[in-house]
Write a protein that binds this ligand. Structure first.
Ligand SMILES: Cc1cc2nc3c(=O)[nH]c(=O)nc-3n(C[C@H](O)[C@H](O)[C@H](O)COP(=O)(O)OP(=O)(O)OC[C@H]3O[C@@H](n4cnc5c(N)ncnc54)[C@H](O)[C@@H]3O)c2cc1C
Length: 340
């Protein structure tokens, strides 16, 4: 069991900045995110798009914003538990007992939910057999491309991820790219490169096909794909990768006894606490009169929620407001050297 002052659910931009605001007032945080990387929507949906409304940054990208936020919380050496979804939140005397889908348990007086639009889940193959082979032949993301080296790999999808991985993996494995339409949705130059690879015999492309069945007992041996008019083809394959985009699900959050309003959590605007003492909600997931779903609003909400957490984490201490420019205590926490 991991004990902490605050558990932050969600490592999007708002959850990351909340860690900073908790750190400067001396609170220890642990962060959990369902995704395999930090950054939330900024990284998952628009890593290379420019953002023009982060205060004092004329322009940055989703990726550079995330990198800077990570750099800013480095001094706090916060544990970020990726690939874990918070499933259960139950009261345990003065604390909250929080359990993830991997059965990791946290005990904390405070939870900050920075869950955005909920957890991102990959869209999956609509076949029963696909469930049986999930993570044993069927995959929806790639953690280590070398796992697919010298294997027969079938990649499904027509967007950037499917095209990028088809091109990348074709350099080390035997790849068949399958898409239900003749045209790809991904970047034009990547689609052209995939067609070039096909002409050069480096990659097979099958369109317009969809998955029809999966064959194999313990491991996948082959799949069949079909066209809309019922024509089928068999592809001998070791692994199948599906890149159909992500669905956003509020997920287990709806079961934690919190008030909900149109898939968001109502909070007060004094410290962004929900209807449950010690559970705060900030960023896209919270709602209150005048709420703006902007990153800058989430930063402000995180600053106030952090002060809200202080009361329960340090019941015998008084919170003292300080400026980072003049506070020795804040500068120490940030590891600022005298010459900085
Ligand atoms: C295309 C696009 C462009 C945008 N441009 C701008 C812009 O220019 N300026 C601007 O201010 N905003 C912009 N936004 C909005 C901005 O991205 C969001 O306001 C911001 O990402 C919200 O941050 P967040 O941390 O609250 O949530 P998110 O970024 O959504 O992160 C939430 C995280 O919580 C995780 N999570 C949820 N539930 C669980 C659970 N149960 N267990 C574990 N993890 C969980 C999710 O996996 C996710 O990583 C844009 C959004 C999009 C889609």
């Amino acid at each position: 069991m991991i004990k902490t002052d605050v558990l932050v659910i969600g490592a999007g931009p708002v959850g990351l900045f909340a860690v900073h605001q908790l750190g400067v007032i001396g609170l220890k945080a642990e962060v959990v995110d369902n995704l395999d990387k930090v950054g939330g929507q900024c990284i998952e949906l628009y890593p290379d798009k420019p953002i023009y409304d982060i205060p004092a940054l004329t322009v940055c990208t989703g990726k550079s914003l995330t990198e800077n936020l990570l750099e800013q919380i480095k001094p706090f050496k916060t544990n970020i538990h990726l690939n874990e979804r918070v499933e259960e939140v139950i009261k345990d005397k003065d604390n909250w007992k929080v359990t993830t889908n991997k059965k990791k348990v946290f005990l904390t007086p405070n939870i900050i939910i920075a869950g955005g639009v909920g957890s991102f889940e990959p869209r999956k193959f609509p076949l029963k057999e696909a469930e049986r082979f999930e993570n044993n032949g069927i995959y929806y993301s790639i953690k280590d491309k070398n796992y697919f080296k010298n294997k027969k790999v079938s990649i499904f999808g027509g967007g950037d991820s499917a095209l990028d991985w088809a091109i990348e993996l074709s350099k080390i494995s035997e790849v068949t790219l399958v898409h239900r339409r003749d045209e790809f949705r991904g970047a034009e130059h990547t689609a052209q490169l995939a067609r070039k690879f096909e002409k050069e015999g480096k990659l097979k492309i099958k369109t317009p096909f969809q998955i029809n069945s999966i064959e194999g007992k313990k491991n996948i041996e082959a799949i069949t794909v079909k066209t809309e008019d019922g024509k089928t083809e068999k592809i001998v394959t070791d692994c199948v990768l599906g890149f159909f985009g992500l669905i956003m699900k509020l997920g287990p959050i709806v079961e934690w006894g919190l008030n909900l309003e149109k898939k968001t959590i109502p909070v007060n605007t004094e410290n962004f606490e929900t209807n449950k003492k010690g559970i705060f909600a900030i960023g896209d997931i919270c709602t209150y009169p005048g709420k703006l779903k902007l990153i800058l609003s989430g930063f402000h909400e995180g600053a106030l929620a952090a002060r809200g957490c202080f009361k329960l984490a340090r019941p015998n201490e008084k919170y003292r407001f300080e400026f980072s420019t003049t506070s020795k205590s804040i500068q120490e926490k940030l590891g600022v050297k005298k010459s900085d």
